[in-house]
Write a protein that binds this ligand. Structure first.
Ligand code: GDP
Length: 695
C-alpha cells in the first residue's frame, strides 16, 4: 500500500543531493496550529517518541522537515540529521537537545528562519511519512516577543502550505473552531478543503456531544475530514528511563480508547466520527500515498525536463567529457608522474656532482680564508698590521715545515668536514626543491593539503636514506683523509676551475662594497670613512676603544660600515692577487703546491665530490627514483581515505573548475537514476498493484 510514498521519499532524498531543483517538489504533510493547540503532542504521538523542543518560552523558529522511514530491519529506533552528519542517534533526548540548539541558533532579531532542519527517524513502528513541523501561530504577541514575530511566522507558514503539500490543521476542541488560526490559514490556500486534514486535539476537555459536533463540522467541511485525538502525554510512571516508542503510542491509544469507547453514541462505529491517533496515522499514510500517486506523472515530467536541460548543459559546456573524482585524481597523478620521470631523466650523477662541487667550493674558500688570507682585521684599531702569511706565500719554501703544516691543515679541514653529511644534504635539498617545483606546476598546486602529502612523501624517502648514505660516503672517502694523491691532470683541472671560483668570490666582494656605498649615501662618503679606518689601523690616529657615539666625526654605525668596507676591499685585493698567482706559470706544476694552495684544495674538493657522487647516485638518487612514486601512491591513498572516506571527493572539489564539472556530471547521473526509479513506479502502477489517481 505505502509503496509509492516510500519510493517517492527515497527519490526526494536523492533529489536533495542534486542541489536546488526548484521544478521538482514532492508533496509533504505540513503541520500547522496555534501555540498550545497540541501540535507537538500530535507529532510525538505519531512518531512514538518525545523529541520536540519543549519549554514555556520555546517558540519553534525553524521548520523541521521530518522524514519517517518504516524500517523493518531497525532493531532500535534512531534519528539522523543529514546536514549535521549526525547518524544513528538512538537517544531521543539527544535529538530533542539538538533540535533545541538548532532552534536557538536563530537570532531573536531574525525571529524565524525558513532554513529547515532536516531530521529522519527510522523505526519498524513508524509509517513512511514526510512531515513538516512549522512554528506555531501566535495569537497575541507576548511582551518580550518582537511584534514582527507573528507576521513572520504567518509568512513562513504560507510558504509551506501551498500545493501539492497536504495541510494538517491542528485545533484544540476547547477553543472555538471559528477562531482556529490553522483552519483560517488553510482556508486561504485551500478554499475548497481538498487537501486539508483537520485534527481536533484535547477531545477529553469538552463534552462528548460538543466534541462529536466539532468532528462532524458542516461549517468548515473538509474533503479529507476531521480526526479527534487525545494526545496528551500519559503521566510518566517510570524512573530514569524514557518511554519506549511502542509503549508511548500504546498508552495514548489506550487512553483514547477508554475515552471514546465510553461514549459510543457520540464516537461509536455508527456515529461517523473519526477518532484516535492510530486512525490519524492511517489517514495520513493513505492521503499522502494518494497525493504522491497523483503527482507521479507531473513529477516524472519535471524530472525529465531537468534531465534534458542538464544533458544539454553537459554537452555545451563540457562536450560530454566524463568526470569523476577518481578520474581527476588519476589524471593528476599520471601527469605528475610523467613530469617526475622527465625530471629523473635529466637529473643524475652529473647534476649532483655540479651541486656538490659548488658546495665544496665554498668550503675551500673558507679554508683559504682561515689559513692563508687571514689579515687580522678584527684587531685593526688596536695594533698595526702584523706580517701575515699572505705576504710570505709567494716565497713559501717547500722545505719549510710551516707551509707543510698550513697545507695539511687546510686539506684535512676539507676532507674531515663531514662531506658525507654535506653530500646527503645537498642531494636531499636539490631533489626536494625540484619536487616542490614540479608540484607547483602540477594540478596539485590547487590542492594544498594533497600537495603537502606528496612533498612530505619525498622528504620521508630522502630522510630514510640520508644517514646510511652519508655513512657510506665517509667510508669511501677515508683514504683521501690521509693522502689525497692528486695527479697532474687533476691539478690542471683544479687550476682552471679555481680561477673561476675566485672570480666569483671577487665579484661578490665588489657587489658587497657597492651596496655598502649605497647604504651610507655614496662612494665618496664611504671612501672618507674607509680612509679614517685605514689611518686608525696604521696607528696614525689613536682611538681608545669603540666609542658608542663614534669617532672622527663618524657615527658608530658609519664606522662599522667603514670597517666592513675596508675588510672587503682587502679581501678583494687578496683575491685579485691570488687569481694572478693561480694563473701564473708557477702554479702550472703540481710541485709548487705550497705556493698554490687554492689549486691544490680545489683538486682535492673535486676528488671528494666525484667519489661521494658515485655513492650518492646509487644509494640515494636511484633509490629515491624507485621508491618515491610508490610512496606517493600509498600516502595519497591514505589521505583520500581520511575524512570519513570522503577525502577523494573533497580533494577534487577544491578546484572550482573541477567542482563545477563534477556537479553537473553528478546531477545528470542522479537525475538519470531518479528518472529510472520513478519510471519503475509507473510500471508498478501499470501492473495494477498500485492505482494512483491521476490529476
Ligand atoms: P503546541 O504548543 O501546539 O505544540 O502544544 P503542546 O503539544 O505542547 O500542548 C500544549 C499543552 O496541551 C500541553 O500541556 C499538553 O500536555 C496539552 N495537551 C496536548 N494535547 C492534549 C490533549 O489531547 N488533551 C489534554 N487534556 N491536554 C493536551
Amino acid at each position: 500500500m505505502m509503496y509509492i510514498t516510500k519510493r517517492m521519499i527515497e527519490i526526494r532524498n536523492l533529489l536533495s543531493r542534486v542541489g536546488q531543483s526548484s521544478s521538482v517538489t514532492l508533496p509533504s504533510i505540513v503541520v500547522i496550529g496555534s501555540q498550545s493547540s497540541g501540535k507537538s503532542s500530535v507529532l510525538e504521538a505519531i512518531v512514538g517518541h518525545e523529541f520536540l523542543p519543549k519549554g514555556s518560552n520555546m517558540i519553534t523558529r525553524r521548520p523541521i522537515e521530518l522524514t519517517l522511514v518504516n524500517d523493518p530491519q531497525a532493531k532500535v529506533d534512531y534519528g539522523e540529521f543529514p546536514d549535521l552528519g549526525l547518524a544513528r542517534v538512538t537517544d531521543f533526548s539527544l535529538i530533542q537537545k539538538t533540535l533545541t540548539e538548532l532552534n536557538q541558533s536563530v537570532p531573536e532579531s531574525q525571529c524565524v528562519s525558513d532554513d529547515p532542519i532536516r531530521l529522519t527517524i527510522h523505526s519498524p513502528r513508524v509509517p513512511d511519512l514526510s512531515l513538516i513541523d512549522l512554528p506555531g501561530y501566535i495569537q497575541v504577541a507576548g511582551e518580550n516577543q518582537p511584534r514582527e514575530l507573528k507576521r513572520k511566522i504567518s509568512e513562513l507558514c504560507d510558504k509551506y502550505i501551498r500545493g501539492p503539500n497536504i495541510i494538517l490543521a491542528i485545533s484544540a476542541a476547547d477553543t472555538d473552531l471559528a477562531n482556529s488560526t490553522a483552519l483560517q490559514a488553510s482556508r486561504r490556500v485551500d478554499p475548497r478543503g481538498e487537501r486539508t486534514i483537520g485534527v481536533i486535539t484535547k477531545m477529553d476537555l469538552v463534552d462528548p456531544e460538543k466534541g462529536a459536533a466539532i468532528l462532524g463540522d458542516k461549517q468548515y467541511p473538509l474533503r479529507l475530514g476531521y480526526v479527534g485525538v487525545i494526545s496528551k502525554m500519559p503521566v510518566q510512571t517510570g524512573g530514569l528511563f524514557r518511554r519506549e516508542s511502542s509503549s508511548l503510542l500504546a498508552s495514548i491509544n489506550k487512553n483514547e480508547k477508554a475515552f471514546f469507547n465510553s461514549h459510543p453514541e457520540e464516537f461509536g462505529p455508527n456515529s461517523g466520527a473519526s477518532t484516535g491517533t492510530i486512525t490519524l496515522r492511517k489517514k495520513l499514510m493513505h492521503v499522502l500515498e494518494q497525493q504522491m500517486s497523483s503527482k507521479l506523472t507531473e513529477t516524472t515530467d519535471a524530472i525529465t525536463r531537468e534531465l534534458e536541460e542538464t544533458t544539454y548543459q553537459f554537452k555545451v559546456q563540457y562536450n560530454e567529457q566524463p568526470m569523476s573524482a577518481e578520474s581527476y585524481l588519476a589524471a593528476s597523478l599520471d601527469d605528475f608522474k610523467h613530469q617526475f620521470h622527465n625530471f629523473a631523466n635529466t637529473f643524475g650523477r652529473q647534476q649532483l656532482l655540479e651541486l656538490l662541487k659548488e658546495a665544496l667550493d665554498q668550503k675551500v674558500l673558507d679554508q683559504l680564508a682561515a689559513r692563508y688570507w687571514n689579515k687580522p682585521i678584527e684587531d685593526l684599531f688596536i695594533a698595526p698590521v702584523e706580517v701575515d702569511s699572505l705576504v710570505d706565500l709567494p716565497k713559501a719554501d717547500p722545505k719549510s715545515p710551516y707551509w707543510h703544516r698550513q697545507l695539511d691543515t687546510a686539506c684535512s679541514g676539507l676532507t674531515r668536514l663531514g662531506v658525507g653529511r654535506l653530500a646527503a644534504a645537498v642531494a636531499s635539498n636539490a631533489v626536494q626543491a625540484n619536487i616542490d617545483k614540479l608540484l607547483d606546476k602540477s594540478s596539485f598546486a590547487k590542492h594544498p593539503s594533497a600537495r603537502q602529502v606528496i612533498s612530505e612523501a619525498a622528504a620521508t624517502v630522502l630522510a630514510d636514506r640520508a644517514y646510511a648514505t652519508s655513512d657510506g660516503i665517509e667510508i669511501s672517502l677515508k683514504p683521501y683523509k690521509f693522502d689525497p694523491d692528486i695527479q697532474p691532470n687533476e691539478w690542471e683541472k683544479g687550476r682552471e676551475h679555481v680561477v673561476g671560483v675566485l672570480q666569483g668570490e671577487l665579484e661578490q666582494c665588489q657587489n658587497a662594497i657597492k651596496s655598502l656605498e649605497n647604504s651610507v649615501g655614496g662612494r665618496k662618503k664611504l671612501r672618507e670613512v674607509m680612509s679614517f679606518v685605514d689611518k686608525a689601523r696604521k696607528g696614525e690616529i689613536i682611538i681608545e676603544g669603540d666609542h658608542p657615539s663614534g669617532a672622527g666625526g663618524f657615527s658608530a654605525a658609519l664606522l662599522a660600515r667603514g670597517r666592513e668596507a675596508v675588510f672587503l676591499r682587502d679581501r678583494a685585493d687578496i683575491i685579485n692577487m691570488r687569481i694572478v698567482a693561480s694563473k701564473s706559470r708557477k702554479c702550472k706544476s703540481l710541485e709548487n703546491k705550497y705556493y698554490c694552495p687554492e689549486v691544490f684544495l680545489d683538486a682535492v674538493a673535486t676528488k671528494l665530490a666525484q667519489t661521494a657522487v658515485l655513492f650518492l647516485n646509487v644509494e640515494m638518487l636511484n633509490d629515491f627514483y624507485h621508491r618515491f612514486p610508490r610512496e606517493v601512491e600509498t600516502k595519497l591513498n591514505e589521505y583520500m581515505n581520511s575524512h570519513g572516506g570522503n577525502g577523494l571527493e573533497k580533494f577534487a572539489r577544491e578546484d572550482p573548475k573541477i567542482r563545477r564539472h563534477l556537479d553537473l556530471v553528478q546531477r545528470k547521473e542522479l537525475l538519470e537514476l531518479v528518472l529510472m526509479k520513478i519510471q519503475d513506479l509507473h510500471r508498478f502502477d501499470a501492473s495494477g498493484n498500485v492505482k494512483p489517481d491521476r490529476d
